[in-house]
Design a protein around this ligand. Structure first.
Ligand code: PGA
Length: 268
C-alpha cells in the first residue's frame, strides 16, 4: 500500500504566488515519485489554484470544514462546497483548532459525520496534550486512555454510516506535545508512535466501528526522521506541518516515502 503523506500548510504562505510556486514544485517532484500518495492541504483561499497545479500528481485537502451544508454561518465552509471544488481530503480535529479556537469533541464529531456523508476522506487528528506521567508503561497507559476517550467521542454514531462512507476515515495520531510550533517540538519515538498506531487500529477494527483505517503519525516530522516512522508496522504515513512548506525538505520527505518499504497497515 502507498504511504500517505499529508502536507498541512496551516496559515502559510502569505501570497497566492508563493502557494502556486510551492504547489508546482511539489507537483513536478511528485510526478517522479508515484509510489507515495501526496495530499496538499493549503488554506481555503488557495485550494482551487493548488488543485489546478497538482491535479495529476497529488491530491488536495482542506484543513477544516463546517458541519452544516448551507445557511447563516458566516465564515464557514461546508463539506459539499469542498467536494464540489475538487477537494478529496479534509483534516478534522487538529489540536491547534481544539486549543486555540475552542473546538470541542462534540463539534469535531459533527464535522466528522458531515464530511464522511459528503464523501470526503477524513483525517481525524487525535493525541494526548502532554507527555504523560513518568515511566514508559505508565505513560503509554495514560496516553492510550486519553486517545481512546477522544476517539469514542469524535467517532460517535460513525458506526451507523454505511461501510463505504466510514471507510473514508484515516486517523492521524499527533501527540500535541510533539507538534513543532504549538507543542514542545520534541518528537515521539517511532516505537511509541507505532505502539499507539497498533492500539488505535486494534480499537477501530472491533465493534462498533469494524474499520481498518490507515494510521498516520504527526508531530515534528522531517526528512531526517521520517524513514524510522514509515518503517514501522502499523504506521501508514505521516502528517507533516512545518516541513511541508519548505520545498526542498518536503521533496526529500516525498522521495523517502516513495522508497519506503511497504510495511504499514499491519493487521491485528
Ligand atoms: P509539525 O506539525 O510537523 O510542524 O509538528 C504537524 C501538525 O501540526 O499537524
Amino acid at each position: 500500500m502507498k504511504k500517505l503523506i499529508i502536507a498541512n500548510w496551516k496559515v502559510n504562505p502569505s501570497t497566492y504566488r508563493e502557494a502556486e510556486r510551492l504547489a508546482l514544485e511539489v507537483s513536478r517532484f511528485a510526478k517522479k515519485n508515484k509510489r507515495a500518495e501526496i495530499v496538499l492541504c493549503p488554506p481555503f483561499v488557495y485550494v482551487s489554484s493548488v488543485k489546478s497545479h497538482v491535479s495529476r500528481t497529488a491530491k488536495v485537502g482542506a484543513q477544516d470544514c463546517f458541519w452544516e451544508s448551507k445557511g447563516p454561518f458566516t465564515g464557514e465552509v461546508s463539506p459539499a462546497m469542498l467536494k464540489n471544488s475538487g477537494v478529496d481530503y479534509v483534516i478534522l480535529g487538529h489540536s491547534e483548532r481544539r486549543r486555540w479556537l475552542g473546538e470541542t469533541d462534540e463539534m469535531v464529531n459533527k464535522k466528522v459525520l458531515a464530511a464522511l456523508k459528503a464523501g470526503l476522506k477524513v483525517i481525524l487528528c487525535v493525541g494526548e496534550p502532554q507527555r504523560m506521567a513518568k515511566g514508559k508503561e505508565q505513560r503509554a497507559r495514560g496516553a492510550k486512555t486519553y486517545v481512546r476517550r477522544q476517539l469514542e467521542k469524535n467517532l460517535r454514531s460513525v458506526d451507523n454510516l454505511p461501510l463505504a462512507l466510514r471507510s473514508l476515515l484515516t486517523i492521524a495520531y499527533e501527540p500535541v506535545w510533539a507538534i513543532s510550533t504549538s507543542g514542545t517540538g520534541k518528537i515521539d519515538t517511532p516505537e511509541d508512535a507505532a505502539e499507539m498506531a497498533r492500539f488505535i487500529k486494534n480499537l477501530l477494527v472491533a465493534k462498533p466501528y469494524t474499520l481498518n483505517p490507515r494510521i498516520l503519525y504527526g508531530g515534528s516530522v522531517n526528512a531526517r526522521d521520517i524513514k524510522s516512522y514509515l518503517d514501522m508496522e502499523y504506521i501508514d504515513g505521516v502528517l507533516v506541518g512545518g516541513a511541508s512548506i519548505k520545498a526542498e525538505e518536503f521533496k526529500k520527505i516525498v522521495e523517502i516515502a516513495n522508497k519506503s518499504n511497504q510495511h504499514g497497515n499491519g493487521t491485528i
